[in-house]
Design a protein. Structure first.
Lengths: 252, 247
């Protein structure tokens, strides 16, 4: 479990996160949703150690990440898999080399074992026979799948996904969503998805945390979203008339 | 002034991180070999071409400027040797490589930064500075002296060929000139300079790329900054080293 307690972050005079506390559970797809600029990405970056918080603490299964030194943090980071919005695949490496990279750096596998593991991960994300292509030669959806394969190569305990569906068509989005859900349940990972894609939230979100103006505004599960009277959340989730109509029909 | 100290501080911290810890020695070895090829071997063409023309031009210019009968023709060989060994091969070649290698390093690392590839390394627990920057520094420091030696040889050889072909000096006079008053210490002096220049080019360019913020425009800006800062530092270091090692 990842426990975030009272974290705050400002950039200059601009407060981006204010006293945010949230618990993210293993074996569940935990969503962090909110409008653009509400602090979702900053919160994620603080959680993985790319940014420092000013107050509060972040604990990974009881280990206080905020007070750790660089070396101790690296040990926790080795248990983290992250899927980036743009994929963040290494341009100079093939698909196979990208997935193999964490194995090469941190495992004691020999070449054959590493190749088997890479093929397993690529098969898991339904991407076979693409091993020798470079990131520039594959589609956006494939890049995301390679990103997932790389993220799960070392069996991470924590999986962070930053806007996993951005720039993807609806069908590919569903494929990615299902993959994230399956991997979460299969490996009991603590999965954190940062998104404002409501289809994904409704489809796979087990626990949903709504950030607004740098604060945790609302938490609940999928069913709660349909019932809540929280104005800001309703304005965000059901921004379009179409979504409001769906909600009314579901309520009936 | 505050910005200057900020840059110096960040640069020192980055270098500290780059040398702090190596995740896998086998990976570092492989990366160093890759960088030697990329920085050194792939620069051989431009180094050879420039050295040949520099040697040829210095030969012709010296010949044109020797009007007096009191100045022997072998001075041409002597001048070519001195300029190539002391300045042209270590310094001018380094300036050229600051443009070629420096901009390449800054744009490569800068692009990795803005496309979150460096974040990906950090989140995996990889020492990103150590993985990306250290192999470049080691590779350049290892290969630059060889490039400088090749440049010296080609420049002096080109002078001989062009001098003879243009009819300004015979091979015998040229040979006498390049051996005249030869001080072997000048070669290690030049190679020592090249080690410093290699470190400056790779580390400064890596710094410019590593702290790039924004998008394509900023990557281009970092690339330009890398070349400018490298050139300024090379020229400053050149003066300081010359003062320390030659006088």
């Amino acid at each position: 479990m990842i426990s975030v307690s009272n974290i705050s972050k400002t950039f200059g005079d601009l407060p981006v996160l204010q006293d945010v506390s949230v618990e993210l559970h293993p074996g569940k797809v935990n969503f962090i949703i909110g409008r653009s600029g509400c602090g979702k990405s900053v919160m994620t970056k603080c959680m993985v150690g790319l940014l420092e918080t000013e107050h509060g603490k972040i604990e990974y299964d009881g280990r206080n990440f905020t007070t750790m030194n660089r070396t101790q943090r690296r040990e926790v980071q080795k248990e983290i898999g992250m899927l980036f919005q743009g994929g963040a695949l290494f341009d100079s490496m093939t698909v196979e080399q990208n997935v193999q990279f964490p194995l090469m750096m941190f495992s004691n596998m020999n070449v054959d074992e590493a190749r088997d593991r890479v093929n397993f991960c690529l098969k898991r994300v339904e991407l076979t026979n693409k091993n020798h292509l470079y990131p520039a030669e594959i589609s956006g959806g494939m890049k995301k799948r390679v990103g997932i394969a790389r993220a799960i190569a070392l069996n991470p305990r924590y999986l962070f996904c930053d806007e996993p569906n951005s720039g993807l068509d609806p069908q590919t989005s569903i494929v990615i969503d299902n993959l994230i859900r399956e991997i979460t349940y299969e490996y009991n990972t603590t999965t954190i998805v940062v998104s404002h894609d409501m289809n994904s939230v409704i489809e796979i979100g087990d626990r949903i945390n709504f950030l607004n103006q740098g604060r945790l505004w609302w938490s609940g599960d999928r069913a709660d979203i349909l019932r809540t009277d929280n104005k800001e959340l309703n304005d965000f989730v059901f921004a379009s008339g179409f979504m409001r109509e769906i909600r009314e029909n579901l309520r009936k | 002034m505050k910005a200057f100290y900020t840059h110096v501080g960040r640069y020192c911290i980055m270098i500290g991180h780059a040398f702090a810890r190596t995740d896998r020695l086998s990976v570092l070895r492989k990366q160093v070999m890759f960088e030697i090829d990329k920085i050194g071997v792939q620069s051989l063409g431009i180094v050879a071409l420039l050295s040949l023309f520099m040697g040829a031009v210095v030969t012709l210019q010296t010949a044109v400027n020797i009007d007096s009968a009191w100045i022997p023709r072998y001075t041409i060989g002597f001048t070519v040797r001195q300029t190539m060994i002391l300045e042209f091969s270590p310094t001018i070649i380094s300036l050229i490589l600051a443009g070629k290698v420096g901009s390449n390093i800054a744009s490569e690392i800068g692009t990795m930064r803005v496309t979150e590839q460096i974040d990906a390394l950090d989140i995996m627990g990889v020492n990103s500075a150590g993985y990306l920057i250290l192999p470049k520094i080691i590779g350049a420091v290892m290969i630059f002296p060889f490039l400088v030696l090749i440049s010296m040889f080609l420049g002096i050889a080109a002078g001989a060929v062009i001098g003879e072909a243009a009819g300004v000096i015979t091979y015998n006079d040229y040979e006498y000139g390049i051996q005249f008053d030869f001080r072997p210490y000048h070669v290690p002096y030049a190679l020592t300079k090249s080690l410093f220049f290699a470190f400056i080019i790779t580390s400064v360019s890596s710094y410019c790329g590593y702290f790039t913020k924004g998008g394509a425009l900023e990557v281009g800006r970092s690339s330009t900054q890398a070349v400018v800062y490298s050139i300024v530092l090379i020229m400053t270091t050149n003066y300081v080293l010359t003062q320390l090692l030659l006088l």
